[in-house]
Design a protein around this ligand. Structure first.
Ligand SMILES: Nc1ncnc2c1ncn2[C@@H]1O[C@H](COP(=O)(O)OP(=O)(O)OP(=O)(O)O)[C@@H](O)[C@H]1O
Length: 474
């Protein structure tokens, strides 16, 4: 019994001493907290906390973090995430020979094989001393509409800022360069209120164009200068766009030059038929919907009634008044005017700040409203003329593989000086035989006939006009 009471007494003592320690510790904590709160300013306290966190983070340096890159930025409206596309293109360049899940394929009409990673294996990339691991998570394969794929990029927590500031931009830049290199250019035509897309398969390049070398150089220099001058355009407050007017007879290569420019710049082409535009707001919408880094082409601008009808306040052409009532009413709703087009050309109605090239073509420059032709709207007027000596050498080189001199060249040059003939017609002649020499001999005969014909024509014309003169009563 005594033993029991001694034991309980000692346990009571030890409990009370624990309690005393706890009470003293609590009091000290409260005192410290009050002192810290009262004496140390708030900003200084935050700074110390930050430093302490940083210090302890060092001991957690192997912590991994991940970022997720979804296929769609906004899944509701199907807006694609370009970073996902960038990763999809970039990662196949980073796989090693041990990678097990590579997909290989070639799209229809594409020149290059394409590679893609799939979710079976991680891709490990090294960049500026960092190791980054990519994993593709594929969504439901049963329902392709619900395929919400994503990439998970895992790296060391310490490198978070480096990844965001340097690695991701590096990946996007590589992707842009690869995209440009392999790109299939697109041709868009405005039909039924939207741009219809197809591949631009026109093979023309500046090398294949028969143009005088000086003109070719001027055009290339002008394009290069325009692309280099983004900052200058911004500084002087001009929209970053350049207008070209291509004029000349049919078959002199206006369309071929547009394709050569597109292939040179790697710009898509938006071909706008003005007769499918019914109002200025239509015009603005379709021009705004054209992507940046593109060439907007308005062909045969001289053939467009609305563009001629600037002086008419309603913007409707005179011919329209003679239309039947219902047709007339429909046409009256057409309020597309030249001034709408001029506003766009002046940059008032353009959207983004990216480069755009606008090309008008015409067979009759003299019929175009001078307002459209002034610099700032049409910056460079390019005359596509009939075929002459220097340009013919290029056709001979491209079509027949004749580099340098050929004994028939001088004769052909002389004949070309006497006749107006387009590169399209001569090109057809050069395709007739496989033997280059035979082709040139036939061309000499063809041109000689043309020269004789044109001489006869002019003789006939003189005779005809004389006979009119003699028949005309005084
Ligand atoms: N300068 C040229 N260099 C090389 N080929 C040319 C040239 N001009 C015309 N051609 C050849 O003639 C064909 C027709 O030329 P293109 O359609 O470019 O002429 P265009 O001036 O646009 O004619 P149109 O005014 O009738 O549209 C082209 O497919 C091309 O093969």
């Amino acid at each position: 019994m005594r033993l029991y009471s001694k034991k309980s007494l000692s346990s009571f003592k030890s409990a009370s001493s624990w309690f005393e320690i706890y009470a003293a510790f609590s009091t000290l904590t409260i005192l410290l907290r009050t002192a810290i709160n009262d004496l140390i300013p708030h900003q200084f306290r935050s700074y110390i906390i930050l430093k302490l966190e940083g210090f302890f983070c060092k001991y957690r340096s192997n912590n991994k973090v991940s970022i997720k890159i979804n296929q769609f930025w906004d899944e509701m409206c199907g807006e694609r995430n370009e970073l996902f596309e960038a990763a999809l293109t970039y990662l196949p360049t980073k796989i090693t020979h041990t990678y097990k899940s590579l997909k290989v394929g070639r799209r229809q009409n594409h020149k290059h094989l394409e590679f893609a990673v799939d979710g079976g294996d991680d891709v490990v990339d090294k960049f500026e001393g960092m190791t980054l691991t990519w994993k593709l998570n594929e969504g439901s394969k049963e329902d392709p509409r619900n395929m919400k794929n994503n990439f998970v990029l895992t790296f060391n927590e310490k490198q978070r800022q480096m990844v965001l500031d340097r690695y991701i931009p590096h990946m996007v830049k590589t992707y842009e360069a690869m995209k440009n290199e392999r790109r299939i250019l697109k041709l868009y035509s405005w039909l039924n209120d939207f741009w219809n897309e197809s591949d631009l398969s026109h093979p023309a390049t500046f090398d294949s164009l028969a143009l005088s070398p000086e003109l070719k150089k001027d055009i290339i220099d002008d394009l290069d200068r325009f692309l280099r001058r983004k900052d200058l355009y911004k500084k002087v407050g001009k929209a970053w766009k350049r207008g070209y007017l291509l004029h000349g007879p049919p078959g002199t290569g206006k369309s071929s030059l547009i394709a050569a420019m597109a292939n040179y710049l790697k710009f898509d082409v938006f071909d706008l038929e003005l007769s499918s535009i019914f109002s200025n707001s239509d015009l603005m919408r379709c021009l705004k919907e054209a992507s940046n880094r593109c060439i907007i082409v308005i062909e045969d601008i001289d053939c467009n009634k609305e563009v001629h009808a600037r002086s008419n306040p309603n913007g409707t052409s005179e011919d329209q008044d003679s239309e039947s009532d219902s047709e007339g009413a429909k046409m009256k709703s057409k309020s597309f005017t030249l001034s709408g087009l001029l506003n766009y050309m002046d940059g008032l109605s353009s959207s983004g700040g990216e480069e755009r090239i606008i090309i008008f073509t015409t067979n009759h420059k003299e019929k175009i409203d001078p307002a459209l032709l002034r610099p700032g709207r049409m910056d460079m007027h390019i005359h596509m003329s009939f075929l002459k000596g220097k340009a013919f050498r290029m056709l001979a080189s491209n079509y027949l593989g004749i580099q340098g001199h050929h004994p028939l060249f001088q004769q052909i040059d002389d004949l070309l000086e006497k006749v107006e003939i387009t590169p399209a017609v001569v090109g057809e002649q050069l395709l007739r035989y496989e033997d280059p020499h035979l082709c040139l001999e036939e061309l000499v005969q063809f041109l000689t006939l043309k020269v004789n014909d044109s001489n006869c024509d002019s003789v006939e014309r003189v005779v005809f006009s004389r006979s009119i003169d003699t028949n005309t009563p005084n």
